[in-house]
Design a binder for this molecule. Structure first.
Ligand SMILES: *Cc1c(COP(=O)(O)O)cnc(C)c1O
Length: 394
């Protein structure tokens, strides 16, 4: 079934998307574009993908009724437990799928970018699983602040290359990965979110769609209805939100809420709330909304959470925002930290800092007693313990 939130044949969601790539990359991107849907929809792929999701990733991820959180906020709140996946976040749904696609295309060298290191770890993991070469580009600053994930990637056999330009974070790692890709077009660029040139945003959304596919039958089992009233997810590039929203795009009775990182405050100059601060432009191969100055230069984003510290959103989210289909909210560093401590105290679940942003909008919403809310708990907080401990003392 075709939704208006699926891209057209040129990869556009409304005015957003497309493939703004140098000529050298064209054959590689075209090869993927010509084959990805055929591969994803084939019985062979589906069988392998579903088997790995079940036995390797540990899916279906539970849909957990958070009783004490529900009592506190006066609604029926469910958590989609992506934090329980192998490697600790939703990212692996995508890397398992893309590695199978890469193999079907005969690719043997994999490259990826990473911010917090979650996507790098998820990519290094599936490369180890398949015996493929893996190079991960990571900002020098992120290499310092995410040491445990760097160690994991190395142990998994990946080569970690430092991006030393700009702010030395995710955007610069992505630039570096794209530069390498142009010089080595035969490598497979395993992108970690619904960003980049078409067909990457659509491919990643399709691979993360398993989240809402499961939500439908899990909600039916638990509440008698497939549709909740509200779904909340945090947005960096937008892949966990895309997965959580995917099977509900056209169910307009379901409110979709995307939560961006406001850092020290939306207008503080230290923020990553792209929909509020951004304008239309081109970043990493697609037309979307991004934070830029009057000269079209990218404004450095800031968030306490490395996974949300990105100056753009994927083209699907730019369209969800522009069309009003999703409501965009945001949470500051402080609000996210408070939400993480709260979930830990009252449910015994330590969330990733990224996911804590989704939880942090609960106090700002006017919830009704019988309102069914699903929060996509995109990852677990192990990687953020140092940050949590540091701020606990403040
Ligand atoms: C990477 C990451 C995100 C942000 O990426 P999206 O593509 O927006 O989902 C959110 N949560 C966790 C746990 C992550 O690792």
């Amino acid at each position: 079934m075709k939704s208006k939130f699926h891209p057209d044949k040129n990869g556009y969601f409304g005015q957003f998307g497309g493939a703004f790539i140098p000529e050298l990359l064209y054959p590689n991107v075209k090869e993927l574009e010509d084959n990805y849907i055929k591969i994803i929809e084939s019985d062979e792929f589906q069988k392998e993908y579903k088997a790995l999701l079940k036995d390797y990733v540990g899916r279906p991820s539970p849909l957990y009724f958070a009783k004490r959180l529900s009592e506190k906020y006066g609604a029926h709140i469910y958590l989609k437990r992506e934090d329980l996946n192998h490697t600790g976040a939703h990212k692996v749904n995508n890397t398992v799928g893309q590695i199978l696609i890469a193999k079907k295309l005969g690719k043997t060298n994999i490259i990826a970018e990473t911010g917090a290191g979650q996507h790098g770890v998820a990519t290094a993991t599936v490369c180890a699983l398949m015996g493929l070469d893996c190079t991960v580009f990571m900002g020098e600053k992120d290499i310092e602040r995410q040491a445990p994930n760097v160690a994991r990637m190395k142990m998994l056999g990946a080569k970690v290359v430092a991006a030393t330009s700009g702010s030395k974070t995710l955007k610069d790692a992505t630039n570096e990965a794209i530069r390498f890709w142009i010089q080595n077009p035969e490598t497979f660029y395993l992108i970690g979110s619904v960003v980049g040139p078409h067909p990457h945003p659509d491919m990643v959304a399709r691979l993360q769609a398993v989240i809402s596919e499961e939500m439908k039958w899990q909600l039916k089992e638990k509440t008698g209805k497939e549709n909740p009233d509200t779904i909340i997810a945090c947005v960096g590039g937008g892949s966990n939100a895309a997965g959580a929203f995917y099977h509900y795009f056209d169910d307009t009775d379901v409110e979709l809420i995307a939560v961006e990182a406001a850092g020290l405050g939306v207008n503080s100059g230290e923020s990553a709330a792209t929909s509020q601060l951004g304008e239309v432009g081109i970043i990493h191969g697609s037309k979307t909304i991004l934070m830029q100055d009057n000269y079209g230069q990218i404004v450095e984003p800031y968030s306490i959470s490395a996974g949300l510290d990105y100056p753009g959103v994927g083209p699907l989210h730019a369209y969800l925002f522009e069309s009003g289909r999703a409501k965009f909210m945001n949470a500051t560093d402080k609000e996210a930290l408070a939400a993480a401590y709260e979930l830990t105290k009252i449910e015994g679940i330590i969330p990733a800092l990224e996911s804590a942003h989704a939880l942090a909008v609960l106090p700002k919403m006017k919830l009704k007693n019988n309102q069914v809310v699903v929060i996509n708990l995109s990852g677990r907080g192990d990687k953020d313990l140092e940050t949590y401990i540091k701020h606990l003392e403040e």
